[in-house]
Design a protein around this ligand. Sequence first.
Ligand code: C2E
Ligand code: MG
Ligand code: MG
Length: 543
Amino acid sequence: MPNITYGKRRNQRRVIDLYRNPILLIILGSLLPTILLLTISYFQSIADARASLATLVNTATSEADKLLRDADQILHRLKVDLDQADQKTAASLLQRQIYSDFRFREAGIFNSKGLLTATSLGIVDPPEPVSFTKSGFDPNNPNLQILGPGRSQVMQERSVALTLLGSKSIRGIYLLVDPVILTYFLEVTPDPNLGADGFITIMTRDQRILNTANASSQTVFDQLLNPSPEQIQITQTTDDGNITIVGQINRKWALRHWFKELAIIAPITCLISGLLTHIFIRQVQRSAVLDYELKLGLAQNEFELHYQPIVDLKTRRCVGAEALIRWHHPQQGMIYPGLFIPIAEQTGFIIPMTEWIIKKVIQDRASLDAKFHNLYTSINLSPSHLDTGDVNQIIQTLEAADDPYSLNIVFEITENKLIENWETAAQDAIARLKQRGIRFAIDDFGTGYSNISYLQIFDADYLKLDQIFVKGIAQDHGSRQIVDSLIDLSNKLGLATIAEGIETEAQFHYLLERGVRYGQGWLFSRPLLLEDFQKFIQEHQSD
Ligand code: C2E
Ligand code: MG
Ligand code: MG
């Protein structure tokens, strides 16, 4: 046994710190969050671009909706007035309406022959014919027409004509709107966010472009015809379905936006990476130190075994005990297995540790009064032990004992960790252990994989009902049903059930009534040092 003092222990720690090369962890700790944050922020930029575009398209659509509603109101009012008015009064009525709202360019009245008889500027005498765009009136869309350049005042520029009267002939009252009006808010304050990568276009239902903000009509036309996957597109129509607003933005915009955001994200990423790396390294160092201290602890004899009696529930007599390891750390005091077993399993320390436990159990049994040699001892065997197939060592240790065949040992295998390498040496080793009369118990049953095949592979003799279910007995009907079905399963499989963690008389009676054979828990005894265990059995077994 090496003679290492605790002063040396501290020096050795430094060696471990240097020895453990954390480069991989630094890469992991910094690279992963960086990639993660960059990816998230990139998709966020795309989402921002989409949201920006959606806001513009929404605004344009609601502006267009409002305009159409207002026009509709005016046209209705005019129609009522004009029905009684002469041409002169009609012209002045039109004029009043037009001047009261800046959005309407002009208004015109067409007679039944489709001739323009009056505009907001006065009477057209004699009535004039008006030329429309080549598609003229659209029978599908009688309330929205595009007027092309013409001779009259009304027709001097390309306009959208809004009319009340749906008719094939050009007849009725028209309000003319400059298409720019539909996007004027975009024209007035061209969206600096869109830059050269996006545009908004206003189209009729039959897809004629009325106006475009932020790009030439040709570009828009090309892009609408051949939309590239690079483009994000959002389309909306007005409530009446007459006007369609299309917004497009290139992903390049999002990319540029993203680069700008990186200036803010990068320092945050660095901070998080640094923090994670620090945590990783601390974790590795802690495991390394703990691993080292565990080895040292074994060499320094800092471990001890406690025995928790297992009793026959009918007689309350002790039938065996579970060996539970404890670590008396010179500085930190008593450390429970829940804290160091996971590290021992990771580092492989579990192998020498279990070997020590088995030797200690054999030694302790020898020192027990001979009349108690029929009591069995339960030893927890970690699944990682079986995974490595390193069970030969256990067999050798058992065989090296004076009386290997009457060792009366039960190995407890927890089912809350999966044993993966079933096809390897593990199964042979289990068979060899069984040949030597070793029995198996499935520990913590119901908390893990509820792997029925475990029961077959180990040809298990006992099923240990986890204490969580025993606690549940007092709680609710649902928990009791689970307990009942686990006990039922165990009985049907012909296994003896051991209930763990019995703390109250109520739990004890409940389990007893359901035919549970054995029990373990604070109600009977806490885990005890060997001498105390000896006293316990002397007191409880004396006939
Ligand atoms: P386990 O094998 O299920 O052991 C039962 C645990 O329940 C023990 O905790 C025991 O002290 C505790 N216990 C017993 N009766 C009661 C009770 O009435 N109420 C409550 N609340 N707890 C009770 P311990 O000793 O802290 O061990 C925890 C786990 O660590 C064990 O669970 C086992 O999986 C593992 N372990 C303990 N000793 C060893 C060992 O020597 N080798 C290996 N591989 N694992 C061990
Ligand atoms: Mg156990
Ligand atoms: Mg258990």
